[in-house]
Design a protein around this ligand. Structure first.
Ligand code: URP
Ligand code: ZN
Ligand code: ZN
Ligand code: ZN
Length: 496
């Protein structure tokens, strides 16, 4: 039977980032057509009862690496499996990163990501593009991507020396161009020079296992780069988005900068909000290697709770996963040298439940803040709000019926991802998506997926997101330095 394109969700509590209200939601042809009570609905509509449940905007994962060729191998969750798993977890859109190799075209990378993803995605998606080298061509291509290709966010790496890392002067140039074209600059904030030196030191001490990965890049290495990125962005009045904030000290740097008025956003990820880095010291090599990612999870066990506190209080803004999954045998490429362990962890399927459990069930944030940090802030920052990130008339019908009382235990035995382990293995979470509707189609219901590759669409984004750029533009108008008007100096000038 063809999937009905008209759905009425009845009796649920509709939760947006600013309010919650008991309402029905009527969906037609992929859009939300009405939100309210006693709606006049045509006959033949599929009715879904959401009594005692929440009706929330579908999750938006701001940070994935599906099917990424990286560190000599390729991440195992591709655009089909990854977006399918996302839907099972209540996420209806992902933002992935197109990453060109050094000295290669950004546009070609974008085209190849589109070609790969468009045919496979089961939910909507968009792309950030990485700037891994600098030239006039790169500058021009950034403009083309922003004006013609719907890409208005660019990731710059301060780590991965010799592969992706940019110098401070290159960061300055890239941030300046982001500002010029109305994009948001994103940074992977870790000091790549210090990591390279730290790694040599650990190996010379005979530390070859996964613990070396954290020991060579302690949290100051992340905090220093975060502060430097903020300083450079501020020098050119460019909005900044710090991806994967993993440590207390880096999070404090972001929080302080926001309090000083900088336009900066911090993105913690599900792994960092749910887990700490003590796993790197686990006796079992495969277990420890499974958590290797950059920046690493932090051994300080108070880190996840601290990051969640800052997320709850708007010091941090939005959540992703950095889903970049490698099976244990791929991780084993680094069995004798931690620098060769492919970096990345899972999260795309479990982010919503982990944040509900550690954020809402724990009492740190309410259901509205949950919506803000799992979808609406992302839609505002990356400029597709209220098309997504809101349950409202005219918005895309990306809707999740969420049961806050139901629990589930996360396990690789039951997850929908391709990866053969799960970093959250055994975690019991309150907060379960019972129905996920993507573009008006019931894609997941009571544990059963109904998806087709290519169901999702590429979301084309426009530059100069108001949420990000209003303050930036005003500061440009009123905040330009001006010269002091004085009489010319008429005294003696020493001869040289
Ligand atoms: O470990 C990570 N984070 N892998 C993906 C690449 C990146 O830096 O985001
Ligand atoms: Zn990164
Ligand atoms: Zn462990
Ligand atoms: Zn990443």
């Amino acid at each position: 039977m063809a999937e009905p394109s008209r759905i009425l969700i009845t009796g649920g509590k509709v939760v947006n980032e600013d309010c919650s209200v008991i309402s029905d939601v009527y969906i037609e042809n992929g859009k939300i057509v009405e939100v309210g009570l006693n709606l006049q609905i045509p006959a033949g509509v599929r009715v879904i009862d959401a009594t005692s449940k929440l009706v929330i905007p579908g999750g938006i994962d701001t940070h994935t690496h599906l099917d990424l060729a990286f560190m000599g191998t390729r991440s195992v969750d591709d655009f089909y499996i990854g977006t399918r798993a996302a839907l099972a977890g209540g996420t209806t859109m992902v933002l992935d990163f197109s990453i060109p190799k050094k000295d290669t075209s950004l546009l070609e990378a974008y085209n190849s990501w589109r070609e790969n993803a468009d045919a496979k995605v089961c939910c909507d998606y968009s792309l950030h593009v990485a700037v891994t080298w600098w030239s006039d061509t790169v500058k021009k291509e950034m403009e083309t991507l922003a004006k013609e290709k719907g890409v208005t966010s660019f990731k710059m790496f301060m780590a991965y020396k010799g592969v992706f890392m940019l110098t401070d002067a290159e960061l300055h140039a890239a941030f300046s161009q982001c500002k010029e074209i109305g994009a948001i600059a994103q940074v992977h904030a870790e000091n790549g020079d210090l990591i390279a030196e730290g790694a040599k030191k650990m190996l010379s001490l005979g530390i070859t296992g996964p613990e070396g990965h954290e020991l060579c890049r302690p949290e100051e290495v992340e905090a220093e780069a975060t502060q430097r990125a903020i300083t450079i962005a501020s020098a050119v009045n460019c909005p900044l988005y710090v991806v994967h904030v993993m440590s207390k000290s880096a999070a404090k740097v972001v929080a302080n900068a926001r309090r000083e008025g900088h336009v900066v956003f911090g993105e913690p990820i599900a792994a960092g909000l749910g887990l700490d880095g003590t796993h790197y010291w686990h006796q079992d090599w495969g277990h420890a290697a499974g958590f290797v990612m950059g920046p690493p999870l932090r051994p300080d066990p108070s880190t996840p709770g601290y990051l969640m506190d800052l997320l709850a209080n708007d010091d941090l803004s939005v959540t992703g996963t950095d889903n970049c999954t490698f099976n244990v045998c791929q991780k084993a490429l680094g069995k004798d040298d931690f620098t060769k362990i492919p970096n990345g962890v899972n999260g795309v399927e479990d982010r919503m439940s982990v944040i509900w459990e550690k954020g809402v069930h724990s009492g740190k944030m309410d259901e509205n803040r949950f919506v803000a940090v799992t979808s609406s802030n992302a839609a505002k920052i990356f400029n597709f709000y209220p098309q997504k990130g809101r349950i409202a008339k005219g918005s895309d019908a990306d809707v999740v019926i969420w049961d806050p009382t139901k629990t589930r235990k996360i396990s690789a035995q039951t997850h929908h991802q391709a990866v053969d382990y799960n970093i959250f293995e055994g975690m019991e979470c309150h907060g379960v998506p019972v129905v996920t509707i993507s573009r008006g189609k019931v894609a997941y219901e009571d544990g059963v997926l109904n998806v087709t590759p290519g169901d999702g669409r590429f979301i084309h984004r426009k530059p100069f997101s108001e949420f990000v750029y209003k303050r930036i533009k005003q500061r440009d108008q009123v905040g330009q330095p001006t010269a002091v008007i004085r009489k010319p100096y008429e005294g003696k000038v020493s001869s040289v």
